[in-house]
Design a protein around this ligand. Sequence first.
Ligand code: UT7
Length: 325
Amino acid sequence: MKRYSRITGTGSYLPPRRLTNADLVAELAAKGVETSDDWIVERTGIRARHFAADGVYSSDLGLEAARSALQAAGRNPQDVDLIIVATSTPDMVFPSTACILQNKLGANGCAAFDVQAVCSGFVYALAVADSMIQTGAAKCALVVGAEVFSRILDFNDRTTCVLFGDGAGAVVLEASTTPGILASDLHADGKHVGILCVPGHVSGGAILGDPLLKMDGQAVFKLAVGLLESAAKATLAKANLTEADIDWLVPHQANIRIMQSTARKLKLSMDKVVVTVAQHGNTSAASIPLALDTAVRSGQVKTGETLLLEGVGGGFTWGALLLVL
Ligand code: UT7
């Protein structure tokens, strides 16, 4: 009998400090950086974001999301035999945020590692966990996307600092005799490294290069729209399904205009797209599981429905994953 993987619980967490556009506009104005609520809403759909307090790390946000997902799945930390954390803002250079989270959770002993694929990280991590469950290498995985992007933002650069926020989302993925994850499609093209990056590194005890986020927004936007369409279509083809079979598109929450454009290309009405970007901005690897958990808990998305998850981000990386909830 074929072995599948299936999501049995979802969770998410946003740190308590919430800044509306008006709050951020005022903070930036005090530094001489000019922006407006109108610009942010019109160009991105973002209305608020959450920032973690000093001393709070990706593992802390991920831990809250993980506990919530485990509770929803009716599982204990001891049931987990695999932890994958998707993050580009790890607690330390090493060990992995997954190992730190594992210890905080009390799931010591199981396999744990990070996936670094920036905003595509959660789709990558879920596809890896699915493969490990299908091969029998794992049977109860915790897949987490957790980010503290506020730590890598340049608050003198209005073209990027208004876009991102902190948060975490998680799912419990378990072995099942019924699907589950139907197909996935992952890609990367390193020739686009420079359009979205944090080009610094630690060397000899000092930071070399620039430790803050750099993005050519228009270049990212143009690439993203085409790549998301191709990944979505390739994933559907692998599962012998079409756009008409999708109940919900759960896209990376970067910009409402990218989501609208993707929906148009897939001939999906916006009524079938889960949109949470207004409330938390772009939380990179956390955005898809945050959106998924919000939709599950509000009853918008229901068990048995077919979901297409898709992400795109620095690397350049992109991918999609189709599942029955
Ligand atoms: O998560 C990974 C994926 N990342 C993304 O998906 C991001 C993709 N890119 C985008 O979402 C959009 O390109 C942005 C939201 C980043 C920018 O929107 P845009 O419509 O491409 O704006 P633009 O870069 O063409 O800038 C238009 C104008 C410029 O002024 P001029 O040159 O026309 O006078 C900018 O200087 O808007 C100006 N601008 C701002 N104005 C007020 C840029 N940022 C701001 C700002 N407030 N925060």
